[in-house]
Design a protein around this ligand. Structure first.
Ligand SMILES: [Zn+2]
Length: 507
């Protein structure tokens, strides 16, 4: 199939589809998201009118008070400004059909793609699912069989565009033209978006002389491996050698260095890390992770092949090289996967290590904070107190910040507090995914939070994170501290929150 129209956005972990006349649409990089393919319907069934009324303009909940029933509270919570974006489906006719599967399996957080005239014309995110016949009848009426659109999706992040649907549908093995509500499982969606990832294909591996283990490693398998690293239990405490080595290897990827390194380089770089960040009473033996990390399925050793663990002199003599496998590196070169992997390694295996110091040493300094700015270098080893580096901040759109603060009237979206000053009020705008290196988040309202200074620091330093359902949780315990306050005009992109959760080690 032709995939020229699909390109990965650098640093977004998602994908962008280029469409007609310079149109383009961005998709979430979130691995769990499914696609709900939704025919918009022709003029004969009033498809365009319904779309304009209930999706583009939105439905005023106050006008439908009498038919909201028990869904009223949930809808008002989802749409605090009182304008709900809704789309519905009639009950399926046949017992087993694509439509039945889609109605049953679609979930909150999934992406809906509206289809009309062989094109995708809009995208939205499912905020809620409900079944309400009186509401459906009031909003869209009944069809000729007296059926209503009672299976209702509450929608957010509505974006309209035009892209040809045919290459897409063929890639997904969905019949063209699309006639029925159809669900695309997360793996299929991911596969399609992954097909043309230039971050991967533009970076050919230099001479890999022999085939590597672990063919077709996927993202899930990689994260399983990272969380279940074989660690040697020593007096009830696991050795930190393998997670430290993997962080070092990820740091090499992030700083564009070669994936495979010779033993002597490895020893001179990893040895001191194990010395400084390994367990105080453990022996420093870089030859162990160099050799044994292979059992993780993420690691490759070249130039030496023997049953026993090689000794350092043997490693020197054979000029052995080791590093992440090409498959693992391919996944970890994507910024979303990389942030999640770093968060996972730190939270799972390096809980009581000086994370700031270690990440800075391996070239991943920005990952200790959501805002991502590199701490001041040039003062010994990252263990000195940090000074804010404001000069390296990319230019930010001050109008967005003002808009956000006015929208919330300076109330913290986490705790609701509002700091009074002599003449006004004070709040801070926090990027969910830092705009600077290394996170490269967008400077958009969908990536901003209005916070009080305390919660800004806690969010930025990864002490709190926000779940898909807007629960604000404490990272150390996972308990819900607050529920995020959301203004109706503030559509936060779930993918950015997920990226932040990745940094927090919460997958
Ligand atoms: Zn607060």
């Amino acid at each position: 199939m032709k995939m020229e129209s699909v390109v990965m956005l650098p640093g977004m972990g998602g994908a962008e589809i280029r469409g007609l006349g310079g149109n383009s649409v961005r998709f979430s990089g979130d691995a769990g998201v499914q696609w709900v393919l939704q025919p918009r319907g022709t003029a004969r069934v009033r498809g365009p009118q319904h779309f304009r009324h209930s999706v583009r303009e939105g439905v005023r909940l106050s006008e439908y008070e009498h038919v909201l029933g028990s869904d009223g509270d949930a809808l008002k919570q989802l749409f605090p400004a009182g304008v709900a974006r809704l789309w519905g489906s009639t009950p399926p006719v046949r017992e087993r059909s694509a439509k039945v599967t889609a109605l049953e399996e679609r979930r909150v957080g999934d992406e809906v793609l509206f289809y009309a005239g062989k094109k995708f014309v809009a995208k939205a995110r499912i905020l809620g699912l409900l079944r309400n016949r009186p509401l459906a009848r009031a909003v869209w009426g009944e069809d000729e069989d007296r059926k209503t659109w009672e299976h209702i999706m509450a929608l957010g992040d509505v974006t309209e565009f035009e892209v040809p649907a045919e290459p897409f549908l063929r890639g997904l093995r969905v019949p063209v033209p699309l006639r029925s509500l159809t669900l695309v499982p997360a793996e299929e969606r991911r596969r399609l978006l992954d097909m043309a990832d230039p971050a991967v294909s533009s970076r050919p591996e230099r001479n890999s002389p022999r085939p590597e283990r672990g063919p077709n490693l996927n993202r899930e398998a990689l994260f399983r491996s990272l969380s279940s690293l074989r660690t040697h239990i020593k007096e009830q405490r696991a050795s930190r050698h393998e997670p430290i080595t993997l962080l070092w290897a990820i740091g090499r990827l992030a700083t564009q260095q070669e994936r495979m390194v010779e033993w002597e380089t490895f020893r001179s770089e990893v040895g001191p890390l194990l010395q400084d960040y390994g367990l105080p009473d453990s022996k420093v033996t870089p030859e162990y992770p160099f050799w044994h990390l292979r059992s993780s399925g993420l690691w490759n050793v070249e130039g030496i092949d023997q049953p026993a663990t090689p000794t350092p002199p043997q490693l020197v003599a054979s000029r052995a090289r080791a590093g992440l496998t090409a498959d693992a590196a391919k996944i970890l070169r994507r910024s979303l996967a990389r942030a999640e992997a770093i968060g996972l390694l730190c939270s799972k295996h390096l809980g009581d290590v000086d994370r700031d110091g270690l990440l800075e040493r391996v070239g991943l300094a920005g990952y200790t904070r959501a805002s991502g700015e590199f701490p001041d270098r040039g003062r010994g080893g990252g263990r000195t107190p940090r000074r804010e580096v404001t000069s390296s901040r990319p230019d930010r759109d001050q109008r967005l910040v003002e808009r956000l603060k006015v929208m919330y009237q300076h109330e913290c979206q986490v705790c609701g507090s509002r700091i009074e000053t002599r003449y006004s009020h004070y709040s801070e705008a926090a990027h969910i995914r830092g705009v600077g290196r290394p996170h490269d988040g967008p400077d958009e309202l969908s990536n901003l939070l209005c916070l009080c200074p305390n919660h800004h620091v806690e969010f930025d330093r990864l002490a709190i994170y926000i779940d898909e359902d807007w629960a604000v949780r404490r990272n150390s315990t996972g308990t819900v501290d607050y529920r995020l306050k959301l203004h109706a005009d503030h559509a936060i992109e779930q993918a950015h929150l997920r990226y932040h959760r990745g940094l927090c080690g919460r997958l």
